[in-house]
Design a protein around this ligand. Structure first.
Ligand SMILES: [Zn+2]
Ligand SMILES: [Zn+2]
Length: 705
C-alpha cells in the first residue's frame, strides 16, 4: 500500500464554525511545516499553511482529503513566524488559521502554484523596483552583502549628540536582552539612533523591521532610511499599497532580499528570515492596536517576536505608554534617555491660561483669550506661524432649536450629527448619515435653529474675523479627504504661505514644521473628565507632541510658546505639562490606576455583543457571565477573575445596531488567559440560543472601555 503523509493545516476558518484550529489532510510526500498549500473544505478550495505533521489516527485515514495543491516555489514560513502566529492566536483568542492567513498579503492567498511561480520568476529577474515612487537609482539595491556594507559606510552621517552616543554605547554592550525604551523628547534625535542600530543589524547580515503608527508618517521615515542606506533594498508594508505592491514587498522580505522593512502594525507579521532588529516608533500610539477582527497590539507582539527571534527591540517615544513605563519601573524594560533637543533647541515655554479669569460677558464664550490673540498677532507680524489645535472637526458639534430644545441627533446612533457649514450638511461621524441642514426645526418649525459649540471649521471662520488679513488654513479629516490634499496643504505650510494653521490631532503628529513658534490647545479640557480611563494619557501625549511642533528651529526656540486655554488650570496634568515633566505625570496617573485597579495593575478583556435589540445582546452576555462563573470555579481561578455586569458603552448605538459590553478583569494574566481559553469555545455554543444576536467578539487588552 502506498504510504501517504498526513499533515495538520492552518486554514482561515472563523472560530464559530466549530472546526478545529487545524485541519488534517493527506499528501503524497512529507512536506515541511510552513509550506503554503491549497486545500478543499466543503465545496470550496482555500489557502492553507502546513503547520505540523498530523497526529497518527490510522482508523480515519480513509476519510482524509488530499491537499489540492502545493505552492512549493515559496520557501516555507519559518518556525519562529509560526510560533508568533500561534502566540497571537492563543493570546488574542482567535484561531491559528485566522491569524496566520489573515496577515498574509491578500494576493498571496489567491494565487495558484503556477501563478506564484511566475511571480517569483519575475521577482528574481528584476528585484530592484520594490520601492515604488522613488528614483530607481536610489533603490538599485543588491543584497550582495559586501558591496552593500561598503555602500553603508560611504554615506555621510551626522555627528552624534552626547546622549545619542551614550544610548548607542549602552545598546552595543552585550548581555542585556531586555526590550529598550528609547525615551526621547521630540527633536532629540531618536531616528538617528534607529538608523545607527539598523546599520549595525545590516552590517551583521540581518534585516531590520521598523514599525510606525500611521501610513502618513512612512514616506518621511522611508526617505531618511533610503538616504542613509542607498545600497540596500528597503520595502514598505501597509494597507495603502496596491495588492500587487504589497505582495511584491512581502515576497522581497520573505525571500530575504529586502534588508529594511518599514510598515504600519500589519508589518509586525512580515516574514523575515534574517530578522535582527525591531523598532517601534511612537510606541504609545493607539494605532498599533488593531480595532477589528483579531484585535492584536503590534507593539506588544513586536516585543514578543524579538524574544522569540533573540533580537533587540527598541520602543521609541517622548511620552511612553503607561504600560511600557510601568515595565521600565519594574526593571523589565531598560530605559535610555534623550532629554535634550538636537542643536540645543529648547522646548517651548508652556503657558496655562485660566479661562475663568476672563471677564464675564454676554453671548458666546471667547474663542481666544486676549493675550493669546495678541501673541498670535505678533507672530504674524514677524512672519512666524502659529498652530491652533482643536480636536473636533466640522463647524459645530450639534444644531439646537431654542424654542423646543430639538437637537440634531443621529436617528441611527447615540451621537449628535455634526453641522458642516461649508456644504451645509448635518453629518454623523459614526455611521456617515449625511443630510442637508433643515431650513426650520423639524420638530416645531422654528426658523431660528443655531449651532452650539465649536469645531475646526468654525474656529477657522472666527479666526478670520479676529485676525483680519491673516492667512488661515485648516487641516483635518474633512479638508484632506481628497488624495494629495494633505501633501498640498502641508507643502503650503512649509512654504510659509500660511500664518495660522488650525487642525485636529492629525497635525500634531510627526510633521517637522520649521516656522511654527506658537502652538495653542483651544479647548482640551474634555479629556480630563472623559469616561475613558486612558483619555488623560492621550491628552498629555498629544499636548507634548504638539508642543514639540514649535521651536524645532533652534534660533526660534527661545521665543516659542505652547498655550493651553483651560477652565482647570490647577489640574495635575497641566502642572506636569508646564514643566515638561513626563515622569511626574506618569507617577500621578499610575497612582490613580493603582487605586482604581486599572491596567497596568490589572489585566482586562472586553466582551462585546451587538444586536438590533439591546435586550438580546444583554441576555447573551448575562448567560455568558453565568458560564464564566462555572468555568472559573472548575479551573480554580474564581477568586482571581471578576466578570462585571453587561453595560452599554458610551457609543451604545451605531448605524442602528445596539452594542453591549462586559468587562472581565483579573490581577493575574495567566488566570485571565486560562478562563478565556475555556470560555470562548463554550460561548460559540451559546450563540444559537440567542436569536437576533448579530456579532460578538472579545478584545484582550482593550484600549478603551
Ligand atoms: Zn424646535
Ligand atoms: Zn449615525
Amino acid at each position: 500500500m502506498e504510504m501517504r503523509a498526513r499533515v495538520a493545516v492552518a486554514v482561515e476558518t472563523p472560530q464559530h464554525a466549530g472546526l478545529a484550529a487545524l485541519l488534517d489532510y493527506s499528501c503524497d510526500s512529507e512536506l515541511p511545516p510552513g509550506t503554503l498549500v491549497r486545500v478543499p473544505l466543503g465545496k470550496r478550495e482555500l489557502p492553507g499553511i502546513i503547520w505540523h505533521r498530523a497526529a497518527e489516527q490510522p482508523a480515519e485515514e480513509a476519510q482524509l482529503r488530499p491537499v489540492a495543491e502545493v505552492l512549493s516555489a515559496l520557501p516555507p514560513l519559518s518556525a519562529h513566524w509560526r510560533a508568533l502566529a500561534d502566540f497571537a492566536a492563543a493570546y488574542y483568542q482567535r484561531s491559528t488559521g485566522e491569524i496566520a492567513l489573515s496577515v498574509l498579503p491578500p494576493e498571496l492567498r489567491r494565487l495558484t502554484a503556477l501563478q506564484l511561480t511566475r511571480r517569483l520568476e519575475r521577482l528574481h529577474s528584476a528585484p530592484d523596483d520594490a520601492t515604488d515612487g522613488r528614483a530607481s537609482a536610489e533603490s538599485s539595491a543588491k543584497s550582495s552583502d559586501k558591496a552593500s556594507a561598503a555602500a553603508d559606510a560611504a554615506v555621510a552621517r551626522p555627528q552624534l549628540s552626547a546622549e545619542q552616543a551614550a544610548a548607542l554605547a549602552a545598546l552595543a554592550t552585550p548581555g542585556d536582552p531586555r526590550p529598550v525604551l528609547l525615551h526621547g523628547v521630540t527633536g532629540s534625535g531618536k531616528t538617528e539612533v534607529y538608523l545607527r542600530e539598523a546599520e549595525r543589524a545590516l552590517a551583521a547580515g540581518r534585516q531590520a523591521l521598523v514599525l510606525v503608527p500611521e501610513i502618513n508618517l512612512t514616506p518621511q521615515l522611508e526617505a531618511r532610511f533610503a538616504e542613509r542606506f542607498p545600497g540596500r533594498l528597503l520595502v514598505s508594508l501597509h494597507s495603502a499599497l496596491t495588492p500587487a505592491q504589497r505582495l511584491r514587498h512581502w515576497l522581497l522580505a520573505h525571500l530575504g532580499k529586502a534588508d529594511l522593512v518599514l510598515g504600519t502594525r500589519l508589518a509586525v507579521f512580515a516574514s523575515l528570515p534574517r530578522l535582527g532588529l525591531i523598532v517601534v516608533d511612537e510606541e504609545h500610539d493607539p494605532s498599533f492596536k488593531q480595532q477589528e477582527g483579531a484585535r492584536y497590539s503590534a507593539r506588544d507582539l513586536a516585543v514578543y517576536r524579538a524574544r522569540l527571534e533573540g533580537c533587540p527591540v527598541m520602543l521609541g517615544s517622548a511620552t511612553p505608554s503607561l504600560e511600557t513605563w510601568h515595565r521600565v519601573q519594574e526593571g523589565r524594560y531598560r530605559r535610555l534617555l534623550l532629554a535634550e533637543r538636537i542643536g540645543g533647541g529648547a522646548l517651548p515655554r508652556v503657558r496655562i491660561y485660566d479661562m475663568g479669569q476672563l471677564p464675564k460677558q454676554s453671548g458666546a464664550p471667547l474663542v481666544l483669550a486676549p493675550p493669546l490673540r495678541q501673541a498670535i498677532s505678533e507672530r504674524i507680524e514677524r512672519g512666524e506661524q502659529s498652530l491652533l489645535l482643536l480636536n473636533r472637526r466640522g463647524y459645530a458639534p450639534v444644531l439646537h432649536c431654542g424654542a423646543c430644545a430639538w437637537k440634531s441627533g443621529c436617528p441611527h446612533c447615540s451621537a449628535w450629527r455634526v453641522f458642516h457649514k461649508a456644504d451645509r450638511t448635518l453629518r454623523c461621524h459614526h455611521c456617515g448619515l449625511t443630510e442637508r441642514v433643515p431650513k426650520a426645526c423639524p420638530e416645531c418649525g422654528n426658523l431660528d435653529i443655531a449651532p452650539i459649540g465649536r469645531g475646526t471649521e468654525k474656529l477657522e471662520e472666527q479666526l478670520g474675523d479676529l485676525l483680519p488679513g491673516a492667512r488661515i488654513a485648516r487641516i483635518d479629516a474633512d479638508s484632506t479627504r481628497l488624495a494629495g490634499a494633505l501633501e498640498a496643504q502641508l507643502a503650503a505650510v512649509h512654504a510659509g504661505e500660511v500664518d495660522v494653521l488650525v487642525g485636529t490631532q492629525m497635525v500634531a503628529k510627526g510633521h517637522d514644521f520649521r516656522r511654527i513658534t506658537l502652538v495653542a490647545a483651544i479647548n482640551p479640557d474634555g479629556a480630563l473628565f472623559a469616561s475613558d480611563f486612558r483619555a488623560p494619557e492621550r491628552l498629555f501625549s498629544l499636548l507634548m507632541q504638539a508642543a514639540g511642533r514649535a521651536g524645532r528651529d533652534a534660533e526660534q526656540a527661545a521665543r516659542s510658546e505652547m498655550w493651553v486655554q483651560t477652565w482647570n488650570p490647577q489640574h495635575a496634568l497641566y502642572a506636569a505639562l508646564r514643566k515638561g515633566d513626563f515622569e511626574a505625570f506618569a507617577a500621578s496617573q499610575l497612582a490613580e490606576r493603582r487605586a482604581a485597579g486599572l491596567p497596568p495593575f490589572s489585566h482586562l478583556a472586553l466582551l462585546r455583543a451587538e444586536a438590533k435589540d439591546a435586550a438580546v445582546a444583554t441576555a447573551f452576555l448575562e448567560q455568558a457571565a453565568g458560564l464564566a462563573a462555572e468555568l472559573a470555579a472548575g479551573l480554580g481561578c474564581a477568586g482571581d477573575v471578576t466578570v462585571y455586569p453587561p453595560v452599554p458603552p458610551t457609543m451604545s448605538r451605531v448605524a442602528g445596531i445596539e452594542r453591549i459590553q462586559m468587562l472581565v478583569e483579573s490581577n493575574s494574566r495567566p488566570a485571565l488567559q486560562r478562563l478565556l481559553a475555556a470560555w470562548l469555545p463554550a460561548m460559540h455554543g451559546l450563540r444559537a440560543a440567542h436569536r437576533g444576536l448579530l456579532r460578538w467578539a472579545v478584545d484582550v487588552d482593550p484600549l478603551a472601555i
